[in-house]
Design a protein around this ligand. Sequence first.
Ligand SMILES: NC(=O)c1ccc[n+]([C@@H]2O[C@H](COP(=O)([O-])OP(=O)(O)OC[C@H]3O[C@@H](n4cnc5c(N)ncnc54)[C@H](OP(=O)(O)O)[C@@H]3O)[C@@H](O)[C@H]2O)c1
Length: 377
Amino acid sequence: MEKQEEKQQQGRCSACGCVGPNPGYIPLSSLEVMRRLVEISPYWKFETKEEDDSQRLVRKFTCRNWQAAIDYIQAASVVAESEEIQHHPDIHLTRYRDIEVSLMTHFAKGLTDYDFALAKKLDTIVADYSPKWLKANPEPLRLSAVVAVTPTWGIGKDGGLPWTAQGVHLKKDLSYFKRMTMQTVDPNKVNVVLMGRRTWEGIPEQNRPLKGRVNVVLSKNKEWSPPEDSGVLKAESLADALHMLSELPLLIGKIEKVVVIGGAALFEETFFHPQCSEYHVTHLEQDFASDTFLTPRTQLALSSFLMAGEGEELSGPLEGDGVRYRMMCYNPHLSSELIGASSCYEEEAPSGSAAKKAGSDEVDEYSKESLARTFFP
Ligand SMILES: NC(=O)c1ccc[n+]([C@@H]2O[C@H](COP(=O)([O-])OP(=O)(O)OC[C@H]3O[C@@H](n4cnc5c(N)ncnc54)[C@H](OP(=O)(O)O)[C@@H]3O)[C@@H](O)[C@H]2O)c1
């Protein structure tokens, strides 16, 4: 124990033996982790180890052959030992050419700035992947969502927003939406906004397509197509859209993230999608008559996160036209237990129109009240 403390004081991680300006002991918050994830290759997966709840970044891949795997390990060693990094990954050669790289700061029992610096540097190594592996594992696109909800989980009214229908405008929420969907960390990349057909139709004609972003609209209707020459893309499902985006030559390597902007069914699919790690929710204090609601399954999952205090506050209380609201961000992967608990809704509440009508009735009163209590005491 003494030895460990000594190392701690010297800024060394006793478990991995890192020597440099060791990050030490304060793990990044989940919000910081979410933000930093966009800076590194989407091949990195964020994982929480069951035994001790520790968080790590893991990347697994198959090299062309044994020598290619060894070359990668050697290149990773040079990065880890470099003066700039001095932080070491756990690398396993799990089969003769299969590699697993795992990053964490052992002392912090979690992720620190140094893990992200190391991940970024490791991303610069050109690994000689197995062509078969690469074909089966095209670089995954990052998925996130942004939604604004009433305390009873209403999101829409007559094709528009429930509060706008009553003349209420949430300016800061709108500018946050614009920033969040438009801004990229890498200036050479662009974001995609992905939406259902009704959401598209709800955007005032003069404002669509949303500028500075690739617009994708989902519709199963073969007759429906986006306006000619608008540059808007159409897909028949979320999976098709992601596939199309990763295959279009013009967009390969150019997309930073795909942001789902509605409606109800798509919000649910996104929350439970393995590629989604960022779910932005603006919670309004005041209720407004709505005809479209988040699906019961999404409501329950978000309520569970709120109850467990799993979300990160992006803002304190804000106000627009007399209505108070708060912005939160959730990482659906942070609490698989809670999401598991919500899966009981799966059969009863298929996504789509039936789910829309369910609205507040399906969710315990506690969630509505607690929402108001948590945010607007
Ligand atoms: N509060 C907010 O943050 C927010 C955000 C977005 C939207 N809204 C509001 O919500 C309402 C619209 O939402 P909504 O749930 O009614 O409709 P929506 O999801 O925008 O549109 C539904 C239609 O989109 C297509 N679609 C949706 N998911 C699909 C999928 N996975 N695969 C293939 N096609 C899919 C289908 O089109 P086809 O019928 O053509 O096959 C479906 O009928 C509007 O009032 C809008 O203003 C609010």
